[in-house]
Design a binder for this molecule. Sequence first.
Ligand code: AMP
Length: 415
Amino acid sequence: MNVFVLNCGSSSLKFQIVETDLEMIEHDSDKLLAKGLIERVGSQALITYQVEGKPAIKMATPIKDHRAALLHVTNWLASDETKIPGILSFDDIHAIGHRCVHGAERFKKSVRIDKEVISGIEDCIDLAPLHNPANLKGIYAAREVFGPQVPMVAIFDTAFHSTMPEENYLYAIPYQMYRRFKIRKYGFHGTSHRYVAYRYRKVNNLTRDSTNVITLHLGNGSSACAIKKGCSIDTSMGMTPLEGLMMGTRCGDIDPTVIDYLIHKEAISLDEVFSTLNKRSGVLGISGLTNDMRDLLAEYAEHGDRRANLAINMFCDRIKKYIGAYMAGMNGTDAIIFTAGIGENSAEIRRRVCEDMSYLGIELDPDLNKQAYGGKEMKISSEDSKVAIWVIPTNEELVLARDTVRVILNAPRVW
Ligand code: AMP
């Protein structure tokens, strides 16, 4: 089955075409056929397309909305030069999987998209005003461009965390506020946490029921997750992706009083405060230099900038605190798994996170740690480390493609 996987952000469209079916899932032999990215939808868009095994092609052209972006993709797919093996026409796209950010309490697993599901995603717009409308635009555009006969599946970032116990997802505010408005922690990056935890078990031949892990998705957006017997029991992001770890531009955990204080002291609006907390805080806000961890590490290595080092230390310290909290919550952990841009590539960040954690049984092997970058999947803990430490590259698109197949074929989700 050829699955078109679509991930629409507020001004971007990412896609992959993946050949997969139940047997290929079982044997990890799914095939990526093509992928692409359109950035800056709504103005002069930057486009990258790539057929697997061939060089990427890049171009820039005005694209007014997500529908126009998807039409651009399908024109490329249909063009004589593109030639994706196995895709001769649109009839060879058998299903579409949509990444959807917020499923609130309504969507606890991936579902086939119909009218009711669309109105359910609309109902969650209040909780993700930037993301869910973009996801819906992708759904409408795909329905129009590919036609109603192609089945579509929605895969939610929040769904994996729906197993959290109420002790962990409730905020300590009046319970009626949860009852009336569903104010609670939902968590994000669910497909990523789920995938790397699954890979860890698969590579090490472990069962769900016998394995507890802490997964660290460290990219421009970052979150940690405690996974007990295959189920998320706690995660660092909250009702929105602003809570939790310090991120590229987001503040993470903060005393809410700061918001009111800033409104009065700076004489700015609530919107401006939230814009600061979302876009000008985190690693960028502390360093005053950049939100890009690779650049920040290079800056510190070359010039020894004090605030660059402070931002890096704060980023790592927050991660340590969450590891400690989750180890307390699970009575230890079998493994800690690093993933996403920073987690997969930065030996320095992993070193700082794992430094002085031997009391908790966490000990890196410095040489193995340095070898893990650029998409390598490997163990980086020392022989004596009680807790296994792994780097596992995430693959959210693969989860989307596989869930699409499983939902359409009514097959049970095994991880
Ligand atoms: P993501 O959001 O998962 O794409 O991750 C983006 C982040 O990963 C950015 O902050 C990058 O600077 C960071 N990153 C990518 N490669 C490296 C690297 N080799 N060292 C440190 N950070 C990196």
